[in-house]
Design a protein around this ligand. Structure first.
Ligand SMILES: *Cc1c(COP(=O)(O)O)cnc(C)c1O
Length: 424
């Protein structure tokens, strides 16, 4: 069926839902009853597939006890590599370049410990002023651990408009004083998708290593980490990857860096063949597995077997196509019905498909947080990011276009009825 053209009408939503090749995935998720869930970029929903995978691990533990580490179809010792490999394809990486381990912030520390090597004049880390706070905290901590002054050695690319970053401006700051750039793939507030291929090429021209935090793009945007030549990356698994609260995260190391020393070393980073020799000499594994620190969080990782397989089955390209159609439709509704006063909503996300991640940042100067609360009271779950951003994230695997239409109707009614005013 050809994809219907995007128009700001209810008929368009119904036509898009009828033509949706991913529609059947919705029934495999646990949708909170009566709720329009637009917060999959904070916490993706539980699928029956993820649930079954977790229950299987509980059965394995029940039945095998300690032998579960070594025996059965999925020995727990191999969890980090096995689940890393499941995510590799959608990230454009080889299976041995991705491990599923620790948490995002810990992985950023583990990567920085190996990749940040201040030398001569090259002592700075380049990041950006719109980054997720945890990334900045980690970078500052790493600088201090090396005896450096974050005030001097952490350079932050300023935003042009408080929402977005200009890639040319980032490139211009890749000077001979920068050792490493750590950047987001998609900005968590505005939803801008950065041009990772361009930034990697510019960084390498200037002799700068580059890593990306892909937490807001993994599972919703196809990546080509190898082809772009990215040096390292980390991302979480509970947003678009639907791994569940606190599920372990991922890290990627380009194979040309497999010989770097994992300085946040731990026994799970040892070569698997000799780790149980319990020798005091650390023999790092020959792949990205060497950046593992501890035993895998087997229970909280098992969900990923189910949820990643669903994304594979849908195809990351199809997921991206539907996601772009959903956000384009939402933007069209906002422009057509909700931009003029008294509604006064603004789209803070870039409009070009190539610059948009998976969510839309809806801005309103007055009462944005209370509009958000009024949406929740009406059974729509968005989230709020201060000072004035309502993030709406339609999920390609479990959301529908008609839900987006209804959400726009709720926004209109909230303003019409003054529900966002204090005391209402
Ligand atoms: C969600 C997210 C994180 C999460 O960090 P945790 O250590 O998993 O809590 C980190 N960075 C970015 C950019 C994120 O979007």
């Amino acid at each position: 069926m050809p994809t219907p053209a995007i128009e700001p009408t209810e008929a368009c939503a119904l036509a898009l839902d009828r033509a949706d090749p991913l529609a059947a995935f919705r029934d495999r998720f646990y949708l909170p009853p009566g709720i329009i869930y637009l917060d999959g970029n904070s916490l993706g929903l539980l699928s029956r597939d993820a649930e079954a995978a977790l229950l299987q691990t509980l059965e394995d533990w029940k039945g095998r006890a300690i032998a579960g580490w070594f025996e059965g179809p999925r020995p727990w010792l191999g969890t980090a590599r096995e689940i890393g490999a499941l995510a590799a394809g959608m990230m454009g990486a080889a299976p041995d370049e991705v491990v599923h381990t620790a948490t995002t912030t810990v992985n950023i520390h583990a990567l920085m410990a190996s990749f940040y090597r201040p030398e001569g004049r090259r002592v700075k880390i380049l990041a950006d002023a719109l980054n997720f706070p945890t990334d900045i905290y980690a970078l500052r901590g790493q600088l201090r651990l090396r005896g450096r002054d974050p005030g001097r050695d952490l350079a932050l690319v300023p935003s042009v408009d408080g929402r977005t970053l200009d890639e040319e401006r980032i490139a211009a700051m890749l000077t001979e004083e920068v050792a490493l750039a750590w950047l987001p793939s998609v900005l968590y507030r505005s939803g801008q998708l950065l041009d990772m291929a361009f930034l990697t090429a510019r960084a390498h021209e200037r002799g700068v290593l580059v890593g990306f935090d892909c937490s807001h793009s993994a599972g919703i945007v196809p990546h080509e980490l190898d082809r772009w030549g990215v040096d390292c990356a980390a991302w979480c698994s509970y947003k678009y990857l639907n791994g569940g609260p606190g599920a372990s995260a991922f890290l990627y190391v380009n194979r040309r860096h497999f010989d770097r020393e994992p300085l946040l070393a731990g026994w799970f980073g040892n070569r698997p063949e000799t780790m149980f020799d319990m020798a005091l000499d650390f023999e790092p594994a020959p792949d990205a597995g060497r950046w593992q620190i501890s035993s895998p969080a087997v229970l909280g990782s098992s969900t990923l077997r189910g949820s990643l397989a669903m994304i594979e089955e849908a195809g990351i390209e199809a997921v991206r196509r539907k996601s772009l159609a959903m956000t384009a439709y939402l933007v069209a509704l906002l422009d057509e019905h909700l931009a003029a006063p008294p509604y006064s909503f603004r789209v803070g996300t870039p409009r070009e498909d190539s610059r948009r991640g998976g969510h839309v940042a809806v801005e309103r100067d007055e009462g944005a947080e209370r509009v958000c609360e009024a949406l929740i009271a009406r059974g729509v779950v968005p989230d709020f990011r201060p000072p004035n951003v309502i993030r709406l994230c339609p999920s390609p695997l479990y959301g529908t276009f008609h839900e987006i239409w209804r959400t726009a109707g709720h926004l209109q009614a909230i303003i019409d009825g003054g529900e966002y005013r204090p005391g209402s």
